[in-house]
Design a protein around this ligand. Structure first.
Ligand SMILES: *[C@@H]1O[C@H](CO)[C@@H](O)[C@H](O)[C@H]1NC(C)=O
Ligand SMILES: *[C@@H]1O[C@H](CO)[C@@H](O)[C@H](O)[C@H]1NC(C)=O
Length: 544
């Protein structure tokens, strides 16, 4: 389905390049990271994010034609008339950054991106989409997600006003979902590596966290700790603790600031603007950009531009007309009063070092090492080809739950090769493959355990025998994956943004929350979730 690939990236680059030539205003000076701060690359002035979250929640009624493949989000950067309508208002708010939550990699972003660049506005984009993100309750980092994330990077990296990417938004949200942090960190690791393998400009990859009292310290440490190649590049913090006429101390901003004083990478509010006290006076702006916080934080992003049912809007938009709301005027007054100067890049010598990793226990359930394996489509293909018993093509994915339950109950050990446990840090080599590949693997393991008896590859017609292949490149990969998937594959993944894959059973619904923050997630449970629950709840699965 994705026709996106090298050709369209090249076209995008050429378009961007020609705009750059025709008018200097189009070429934004990239933002770079040094220590725990952002800077304009060319003149070394510190960059403070004065941001606004910019994406309408999706309802059928707000659908903008052509901005989403899946028809479950509008990509605001693919809507030039919307950008043209809104940029003057963003400018009134001195906005230098917008945050978008879901980008359609197949759309053309040239017009919006160049209008934004001309207005001095940078973009931080989430890599996931509502139907394709890491799920808090059933986390995976697999081929489909890898392809989705990489395709967004491919689509956006050519614009110099892309400030960074988020590998996840509010995924590990409370103690019992912290294991998901391992998968998000693996995603950040792989996307950083993807950017460098592709020879793209260095663009930071971060995480946007919610503010949960039980895990906030560990969460910030976890993403920053360990091998720098695995760690995120910046930390976005969604903080809603300053409500109405609060203060530096009663909002808890003082304690948050104390915590991040020693943080070694940039930290900023990836969302803020509590509305529980009614119309927002935005008095926190003076604190955030003032003398106590500006040495520690790199600014913040107000949630959000559009007025919707959740009542967080700065403006209300109706077709082509925009009406500013009381919150707009209040924020405008406050942001006009601040002018943090920060430090000059050359004269800044970072002295903070990376956090140490939180240990598993209490409220924290994500092992720091190893992280989940890199999705590797080639390995999964090789594995499937090497099997003697596989899922037959006529078997619908709605039957997988029962089939996994059945085969793994009869042969628990055979299912270990695709198990993933973020708390223990144990990952079968095939834990990043898709459910069909994993089920084939389970069938094959069972078939072999039965000495390839002809009755052992049937499963009421759900399985079929095939002639196994293990050729050339596959040999080495499969050797690394080891017997029963118990090994560790160290070869780089071969997947790219142009690889196929969407709408499969491993798609998840986590990012839906991003579009209606801070409400809770909802949506239909994906197949993979049901499968894993079924597997984990089978008594014999405890043997795994
Ligand atoms: C540095 O460059 C940025 C972007 O071009 C500009 O907005 C800023 O004012 C410059 N800083 C100084 C001190 O001139
Ligand atoms: C975490 O707890 C919530 C209830 O607060 C529950 O709905 C959810 O399924 C739990 N998730 C996991 C992974 O245990």
């Amino acid at each position: 389905m994705r026709s996106f690939g090298v050709a369209s990236v090249a076209a995008g680059l050429i378009a961007t390049a020609s705009l750059f030539v025709s008018s200097n205003a189009q070429g934004a000076d990239p933002i770079v990271i040094k220590g725990s701060k952002f800077f304009y690359k060319t003149n070394g002035t510190q960059f403070y994010i004065k941001g606004v979250a910019y994406q309408q929640s999706f309802t059928g009624a707000t659908a903008v034609k052509g901005t989403s493949n899946n028809a479950d989000y509008n990509d605001p950067l693919a809507d030039p008339s919307g950008c043209k309508r809104d940029i003057p208002y963003l400018k009134q708010l001195e906005t230098n950054t917008i945050r978008v939550y879901a980008v359609n990699p197949d759309s053309n972003h040239d017009e919006c991106m160049s209008m934004l660049a001309a207005a001095g506005i940078y973009v931080i984009a989430d890599l996931s989409a509502p139907s394709n993100s890491i799920d808090s309750n059933d986390p995976h980092w697999d081929d489909d997600l890898y392809a989705r994330y990489a395709s967004v990077i491919d689509a956006m990296q050519g614009y110099t006003n892309v400030l960074g990417f988020f590998a996840g938004n509010e995924v590990a949200t409370q103690p019992n979902t912290t294991a998901s942090a391992a998968f998000v960190k693996a995603a950040a690791r792989d996307m950083k590596s993807y950017i460098s393998q592709k020879g793209y400009r260095t663009i930071g990859v971060g995480y946007a966290a919610n503010d949960n009292q039980y895990i906030r310290t560990s969460l910030a440490e976890y993403f920053n700790c360990g091998d720098v190649a695995d760690a995120i590049d910046f930390y976005g913090y969604n903080v809603y603790s300053w409500c109405g006429q609060s203060s530096y101390t009663s909002s808890g901003y003082d304690i948050r600031t104390e915590q991040f004083k020693t943080y070694s990478i940039p930290a900023f509010f990836a969302e803020y603007g509590c509305n529980t006290a009614g119309t927002r006076p935005f008095t926190e702006v003076a604190a955030l950009y003032g003398p106590q916080m500006s040495p520690v934080w790199s600014g913040g992003i107000v949630y959000m531009y559009f007025q919707e049912a959740n009542d967080y809007g700065l403006v209300s938009v109706n077709g082509n007309s925009v009406s500013t709301l009381a919150d707009f005027n209040n924020y405008k007054t406050q942001i006009a009063k601040v002018s943090p100067t920060g430090v000059q890049m050359d004269s800044y010598s970072p002295s903070n070092s990376a956090a140490s990793c939180p240990s598993v226990g209490g409220n924290w359930h994500a092992a720091s090492t190893p992280l989940p394996p890199s999705p590797n489509k080639q390995l999964c293909d090789c594995m499937t080809q090497s099997l003697s018993c596989v899922v037959s093509p006529s078997t619908g994915s709605s039957n997988y739950q029962d089939l996994f339950g059945y085969v793994c109950k009869n042969d628990p050990k055979g299912c270990g090769g695709f198990q993933a446990n973020g708390e223990k840090g144990t990952y079968g080599a095939y834990s990043m493959c898709d459910p069909a590949e994993q089920l084939s693997f389970a069938f094959d393991q069972y078939y072999k355990s039965q000495g390839k008896a002809s009755t052992a590859c049937d499963f009421k017609g759900a399985a079929k025998v095939q002639t196994p292949k293990n050729s050339g490149n596959c040999k080495a990969l499969l050797a690394q994956a080891g017997k029963g998937g118990s090994g560790t594959v160290t070869s780089s993944p071969s997947g790219t943004g142009s690889s196929s894959g969407s709408g499969s059973a491993s798609s998840t619904t986590g990012a839906a929350a991003a579009l209606s923050v801070p409400s809770v997630q909802n949506g239909i449970l994906p197949m993979a979730f049901i499968v894993v629950v079924a597997m984990l709840s089978g008594p014999l699965m405890l043997l795994l």
